[in-house]
Design a protein around this ligand. Structure first.
Ligand SMILES: [Zn+2]
Ligand SMILES: [Zn+2]
Length: 184
């Protein structure tokens, strides 16, 4: 397959998908761009970019090759379009073919994309942890309001991972103060 940037015959490079299946992508040894068929980019396991991107000092000094306004798909020669979405980072230049759904990434783009995805995953994990914590707090408040104070204090103690002293938390104010501390 021919590189859309410089017409060089690209090399096939094996990378690993999420569940360990191999994916063969095409990488240009001259400009460092990588071609992904269909959803290969999204299936690539985290960390594969760091493994295969040619980001050594010499290559990093070379100018970026995507400067042409029109790149042709290496599969079907259709004009490729730059992907733009307000949630997608502007500094990652992702060019795609609407005919075959292939994706072309400039040198360094694969690493940038995987770092972006890693950030999204971390944020969603933090969010689900926060949601879980909010749900636990809600249960505690409902438990207190239903009058099961002993159970509430025990659960609150478990929640804080410290033994609850029943003599200390006897008022709703104290519990609300703790809940406030937990939820911040
Ligand atoms: Zn190239
Ligand atoms: Zn195509």
């Amino acid at each position: 397959m021919i590189c859309p940037n410089d017409g060089t015959e690209m090399h096939q490079v094996k990378i690993v998908a999420h569940y360990g299946q191999p994916i063969i992508v095409d990488q240009c040894q001259i400009c460092g761009g990588i071609w992904f068929d269909e959803a290969e980019l999204f299936r690539a396991r985290q960390g594969e970019a760091d493994r295969i991107e040619m980001l050594d000092a010499d290559i990093a000094r070379a100018p970026s090759m995507i400067e042409e306004s029109e790149l042709l798909c290496p599969r079907d020669r259709a004009v490729m379009l730059q992907f733009a979405d307000r949630y997608f980072p502007q500094d990652i230049i992702l060019v795609h073919c609407r005919l075959c759904s292939g994706i072309w990434l400039n040198r360094g783009g694969f690493v940038q994309y995987q770092r972006f995805r890693q950030g999204l995953l971390q944020r969603s994990q933090q969010k689900s942890a926060a949601d879980k914590r909010r749900a636990e707090i809600k249960k505690l408040v409902e438990s207190y309001e239903s009058g099961r104070i002993t159970g509430t204090l025990r659960k609150l103690g478990e929640f804080l991972s410290t033994p609850a002293d029943r003599g200390v938390f006897t008022s709703l104010g104290a519990i609300l103060w703790i809940i406030d501390q937990i939820s911040n």
